[in-house]
Design a protein around this ligand. Structure first.
Ligand SMILES: *Cc1c(COP(=O)(O)O)cnc(C)c1O
Length: 416
């Protein structure tokens, strides 16, 4: 890892040798999340606009100079990253904003942004000679880990809360993971996974604890910037659970600023659900995070005790962004709004970013004259149930053309 200088604790700011096999700060314990400090002078000798222009690797590995894995096994992985960035025409008109882009990370191999972290976890496990990886997850980190591990021949032991949605559970079964449904919420699943990992010595994919995973997640920001010719939008909007994704978004832009590829870091808007909004509250009151209920349909961001509070708060503060909370009903409407205007089907936690953008525009936190990118973090088929519950107008006709004619006449006036 020539590109890395050292680890730094986000609490006590002590530095640790990059060759040490560390997860968290030895002095601060498990809340002492480590930041990986890169050697940008070294990275600058490799990356440039030309480097990207001639790089034919259209996946996460085109950003290897910014990552902490060796290139030894990168050929063997699933094809993670380089997801589409769509320029919005229709949704932009409805929301009334100058320019809007949609980063569809539901197009990753296991249909969520989590693949960007999981593939790194798998390669790290292989580098360390581990055969089993484990994590606790609200669902996507789990199914993503299981898929990426399956490709590389690693075993997975996965802890999920009782109510993880069926789309994610079925992926776990398909990818042959040892699936442990915990009779409790995500907090309970996290605790049990931690104890089990400590007992068995499996490789730990818990995103906040493992500092390498934010580095994988940051590739979403590297891509957004590159796809926009290194001129990212004024705002980037992303939903927030544990806080690792938003921390990654910031880190990606930070890296690019350090190597001179972008001129400024976009303001980052973190979106939570009102039913579980510990970041929104702590940010508003300028205080420490308090444990919250996990009361939302957006299961991927139903995180009552976020595990990465410092990095996530710094992402928003340092980028001069903010946090916002949206209602579950607004999340549901934004799933439909995004699908019918852009053809991108998002799971609830992913559509929360669209709901957050809409609210921020209403509140004039984001101005009409500004530009924004929303990150769609997961695909809608992961969790069809909440949307299914809202659909009442299923049509069933007799096999008779007259019935079809009547139906077409009836719905003629219907506007999209
Ligand atoms: C995990 C996840 C998030 C939030 O990421 P955190 O790192 O937990 O903040 C948002 N959306 C989806 C679809 C996710 O799976």
């Amino acid at each position: 890892m020539k590109n890395v200088k050292y680890y730094e604790c986000t609490i006590c700011h002590k530095h640790f040798d990059k060759e040490l096999d560390l997860m968290t700060c030895p002095d601060c314990g498990e809340t002492g999340i480590l930041e990986i400090i890169f050697d940008y002078d070294y990275i600058k000798t490799i990356v440039s606009r030309e480097y990207f222009q001639t790089n034919k690797n259209y996946n996460i590995w085109r950003y290897l100079p910014f990552l902490t894995v060796s290139d030894k096994y990168t050929k063997d992985t699933l094809n993670v990253g380089w997801t589409p960035l769509y320029k919005s025409k229709r949704l932009k008109e409805i929301l009334k904003i100058k320019k809007l882009y949609i980063k569809d990370d539901g197009q990753n191999p296991t249909q969520s942004l989590k693949d960007r972290a999981s593939v790194i976890a798998c390669l790290k496990a292989i580098e360390k000679g581990k055969e089993t990886i484990s994590c606790s997850s609200t669902g996507n980190a789990a199914s993503s880990l299981a898929g990426n591990a399956a490709k590389l021949g690693l075993k997975t032991v996965i802890f999920v809360p009782k109510r993880a949605p069926v789309g994610k559970l079925i992926q776990l079964k398909a990818f042959d993971s040892d699936l442990i449904k915990v009779n409790g919420d995500y907090k309970a699943a996290f605790k049990l996974s931690k104890e089990s990992i400590a007992y068995y010595g499996w490789y730990n994919r818990n995103a906040a604890i493992n500092p390498h995973l934010v580095e994988g997640k940051k590739t979403v920001a590297l891509e957004i910037a590159e796809q926009l010719g290194f001129q990212p939008t004024d705002w980037v909007v992303v939903s927030v659970g544990d806080g690792c994704t938003i921390a990654g978004v910031y880190k990606g832009f930070y890296d690019l600023l350090q190597v001179g590829l972008i001129k400024k870091i976009p303001k980052i808007l973190g979106v939570q659900s009102e039913g579980c909004a510990p970041f929104v509250e702590a940010f508003r009151n300028n205080e420490e995070l308090k444990e919250a209920e996990e009361n939302t349909i957006a299961d991927s961001i139903a995180v009552g005790i976020p595990r990465n509070p410092i990095k996530a708060m710094n992402a928003v503060k340092n980028s001069k962004g903010t946090f916002i909370a949206v209602k579950d009903s607004e999340i549901l409407s934004s799933i439909l709004l995004l699908s019918k205007t852009e053809g991108v089907f998002a799971e609830p936690a992913a559509a929360a970013s669209v709901a957050g953008l809409q609210k921020a525009l209403e509140l004039k936190i984001i101005k009409e004259s500004e530009t924004a990118t929303v990150i769609v973090t997961g695909n809608g088929l992961k969790d069809p149930q909440s949307l299914l519950n809202t659909i009442t107008d299923w049509l069933l006709l007799e096999a008779d053309i007259d019935e079809v004619k009547r139906h077409i006449e009836d719905t003629k006036e219907k506007k999209i």
